[in-house]
Design a binder for this molecule. Sequence first.
Ligand SMILES: [Zn+2]
Length: 380
Amino acid sequence: MRVLRRGDSGVDVADVNTMLHALGLLRAASDPTAATAFTVETEHAILAFQQQRGLRADGLVERATYLALRGAQYHLGSRPLTFVFSAPANGDDVLALQQQLNGLGYDPGRCDGVFGSRTLNALRRFQRDGGLDPDGVCGAETVRALHRLVRVPAAGGRPLLLREQEKLRKSGRRLRGKRIVIDPGHGGPDTGAVHGHTTEAELMWDLARRLEGHMVAVGMDALLSRGANNSPSVARRTKLANDADADLLLSLHCAHHSSPHARGVASFHFGNGDVTTTTAGELLARLVQRELVARTAQPDCGTHPKTWDILRHCRCTALHLELGYLSNPADRALLEDSTFRDQVAEGILVAVKRLYVLDAMDQPMTGTFTVDDILRHESA
Ligand SMILES: [Zn+2]
């Protein structure tokens, strides 16, 4: 294509004007001659478009600007989308699809408006989970399913939550055989929060080993997401949980704050804040908070929905726990105390047990609950 600039005219300019008009950037031409002319108004509209899109703002319509203008004409559903290796679809509809898949917990790769193989895989997983034909074509049926899920808050913004809930419901009340990924935060060169010689990475590794011991003791299949001295990426950690078809992932952290007064424990579960139903993650977060606050007298910093990658990319119920502030002297003394770490490990185990018991039994267990109670309950 030729580069179009102010002063040019012709059918290709008319095409550009039409596209700018459709985007609301240019008023309709007053007469047929104006419609085919690259006017000062056209140039201003192109500059505005280029600025919006992060393109070089030079007022010229070269290939990149032209393709972006074309791509901007599409809305999700205005054409069927699929992966074409030789000529990947490109446009605002692809971007919308990627953003929706991403928001729903499927990883389409970078949201760049280009339909690549990762977008294809994410689309197929979404279709499979949604009971659609996983053909990798985003047509009318898939668009309707996407709209339904994005609109209906009961889905929690993530259809995976439906499957997660179903899995929880079907999995029964016993812990035995349940697979849990214990994810000690950071590791190796990534120390996380530090105070003096105390590092978050080492404390969480120790806590993870204690938790692993408790979980193995009750017959759970516990996996650690890292070794004593390495730090896999978040993507690797979530992949481990997904590949292992885990029931739960617990990411263990402590916090650091510029104010030494900040202290307490907090639990984070997947959510974008507009969820009206209780998800398994939220329920577990509340149970963990309750147990930890009751056992350790740590201040309760509450449960919070987050869309962090570790929570979003896990197909199972996942929590990110902040077990105290290394920057606070009282919290630090607790975290450095192995008795406290044992209490935390036991509290987490009891919370996990409660999650399954509450969900699967008519009469939820009440009162305090110890590891011995769990062992008795498991063998009953
Ligand atoms: Zn951390």
